[in-house]
Design a protein. Structure first.
Lengths: 238, 411
């Protein structure tokens, strides 16, 4: 088993949406994500799988319980500190590519780098171009998102998620809006991130076949984890 | 910071038409504010110029601010003395030439001795109370524009006849006295003099044109029945605005009551203060209305860009960064609006300035306009400030949005 220190840890995480009739999204979730894992989170609609991902990704705050990123408790952090943690440690890929339509492909990929501001302009550009060509998008660097196909856009979104070299990629239905060919491409990209580049990927999906091909499978039902099994030991990075 | 500007710029550019409308709103506000300020300031300056030119900047008369106390009052300070009338003195400024000589070295302008007599002009069964000013035509150019304001004949025409008189054009119309007419002047002292009209003048200030006449000093002294009398020193300064201070100094040095044009027209000047308050209120309101346009566009952009804001926040861009983007957008609109407004304002001023029409209230046939950098700066500053303020509220709201709510809604 993977004995390394957990990257993300959820402890008794409960999220209740306030309202006239409060809605419980997830309840008492305990989950540990360790480095180099390729985790599928599945479950029927409304089971709370996306909500769990947002909580793990610090996009949402748990009503009770806590989320730890690299061993640090995030519930006591300020909004700015959480934003910083998202910028450096986490990369997001959503069901819809969510690229900024006014920016070119490379500018979209550079956006998180510029927000972090660690690199010079030329280095950012070189890095973004490298990321894009490694995802087979070298020819589309200066296009706008609406000039690309769905699969290409989603791969740009992956490149953007990788911009600041975060150890963890969180993907919310990354293939949900793609045809089967593009889905396969994007899946391969994600798989390569884990097995080839040593990243950790947590993907929410409703695609059972895809979930079966991932290394670990967490299944949710009504806000609870009903299954958490490991298909094959996560291979160590080369 | 570069990033903030880049995104703001792409937003603004992507919404060119909406941005254009907002910019046009600000520009219209700025342009019309500038035009209005130019017009108000111009007419005010024009009016003051007329006022200032119609009369001496400072008039030193043979009066004192307070009547001199009786010797008894001075001597018996503690005693209460009833029924004393103030001391009566011989009229006129004592030794006017010496007084003038004392003032001339430091006075930044010209000075001329005058006799001012109140008289009634009688002509063809009209009786009009008139202020008769006895002048030296050769010195007059130093203290007033009268030589330039003459109609029908030059000021030197006063030398042409014995007891020649120059009257205001309105006065001439009122009594029907043309050049060559012989009118009668009568004072309250009982002096009576027949004078020949040799010319008219027109200052543009009704009050002056209607009730002022000029004669030679000698004629004035005959009318006042006092040889060698000088009862007013008229002063014109290079800088009319300094009149108040200079008048105070003259009064301190000579002891005679010195009235600056500002003091003489205090009521009019206080009207200008009210006029300016009205102007700035209206200009402020125009710019405020323009800022609603800015609020609207920034608000719209933040609504339209809610998804993008959510993405940027989910990527880890800070609230400050997101807020700055929209504040920068508002500033771009404000700046562009101000710049376009400057051009519009200038063009409006040019257009207004080129209009020609006849007005009974204006001497010229063009609208008086004042071009002042201050108007531009003020309108530009207010436009920029109101744009930023208008943009800040929606920007803050946008920056506070929770990304999950939008991402959830989008999926």
């Amino acid at each position: 088993m993977n004995a390394e220190a957990p990257l993300i840890e959820a402890r008794k995480v409960t999220r209740i949406l306030p309202g006239i009739v409060p809605t419980t999204l997830v309840r008492d979730i305990d989950l540990v994500i360790r480095p180099h894992e390729f985790v599928a989170i599945t479950g029927p609609s409304g089971s709370g799988k996306s909500s769990l991902l947002y909580l793990l990704g610090l996009l949402d705050m748990p009503t009770s319980g806590e989320v730890l990123i690299e061993g640090k408790v995030t519930t006591v952090m300020s909004e700015e500190e959480r934003a910083r943690a998202r910028l450096t440690t986490l990369g997001f890929v959503f069901q819809f590519h969510f690229l900024l339509p006014e920016l070119t492909v490379i500018d979209n990929v550079m956006l998180p780098m510029r927000a972090l501001g660690r690199l010079g302009r030329e280095d950012m550009r070189a890095r973004a171009a490298g990321l894009l060509s490694s995802l087979g998008l070298a020819d589309h660097v200066d296009k706008r998102p609406d000039q690309l196909s769905g699969g290409q856009r989603q791969r740009v979104a992956v490149a953007r998620a990788l911009a600041n070299e975060p150890p963890v990629i969180l993907a919310d239905e990354p293939t949900g809006s793609l045809d089967s060919k593009s889905s396969a491409q994007v899946f391969e990209v994600l798989q390569d991130l884990v097995h080839g580049k040593g990243k950790t990927v947590v993907a929410v999906t409703h695609d059972a076949a895809m979930a079966e091909r991932m290394d670990r499978h967490v299944e949710l039902l009504d806000g609870h984890i009903v299954r958490d099994e490991i298909h094959s030991p996560a291979p160590q990075p080369a | 910071m570069n990033l903030i500007f880049d995104i703001a710029w792409t937003h603004v550019r992507a919404r060119l038409r909406q941005t254009g409308v907002a910019v046009a709103g600000v520009a219209t506000g700025v342009g019309f504010s500038i035009m209005m300020a130019a017009l108000m300031q111009g007419s005010q300056d024009d009016f003051i110029r007329q006022l200032v030119n119609a009369m001496p900047h400072i008039s030193v008369s043979d009066e004192r601010r307070a009547p001199p106390p009786q010797p008894a009052e001075r001597l018996y300070d503690a005693a209460e003395i009833h029924n004393l009338t103030p001391e009566a003195r011989r009229r006129g400024i004592k030794n006017p030439l010496a007084t003038m000589a004392a003032l001339e070295p430091w006075l930044p302008g010209g000075i001329a001795p005058t006799v001012r007599v109140q008289a009634i002009i009688r002509y063809a069964s009209h009786d009009v109370a008139t202020s008769v000013v006895a002048i030296d035509p050769r010195r007059e150019a130093l203290v007033s524009d009268l030589p330039k304001q003459m109609r029908g004949a030059p000021l030197s025409a006063l030398y042409r006849a014995t007891n020649a008189i120059v009257i205001g054009d309105r006065l001439s119309e009122k009594i029907g006295a043309r050049i060559g007419a012989n009118i009668t002047l009568q004072t309250s002292e009982g002096a009576r003099l027949s004078a020949q009209v040799v010319g008219y003048f027109h200052t543009g200030v009704r009050q002056v044109d209607e009730s002022t006449a000029y004669v030679l000093v000698k004629t004035g002294q005959i009318l006042a029945q006092q040889t060698g009398l000088i009862n007013e020193l008229r002063i014109r300064l290079k800088d009319p605005m300094a009149s108040r201070d200079v008048a105070m100094r003259v009064e301190r040095e000579t002891g005679y009551k010195s009235v600056s044009w500002q003091e003489a027209h205090e009521d009019l000047l206080s009207t200008f203060v009210i006029r300016n308050v009205i102007m700035f209120t209206v200009v402020g309101a125009i710019l405020l209305v323009a800022s609603f346009g800015t609020y609207n566009i920034i608000s719209t952009i933040t609504h339209e860009k809610a998804r993008d804001i959510a993405i940027m926040k989910s990527l880890g861009l800070s609230e400050f960064t997101v807020r700055s983007i929209f504040v920068v957008e508002a500033s771009i609109i404000g700046l562009a609006g101000a710049a376009a407004g400057f051009a519009l304002g200038y063009l409006l001023c040019l257009a207004l300035g080129s209009l020609e029409f006849k007005s009974p209230f204006l001497d010229g046939n063009h609208l008086p306009l004042a071009y002042s950098a201050l108007h531009y700066l003020l309108a530009g500053f207010v436009a920029l400030a109101s744009s930023v303020i208008a943009g800040y509220q929606p920007a803050r709201k946008a920056a506070r949005m929770h990304p999950v709510e939008i991402i959830r809604g989008a999926t």
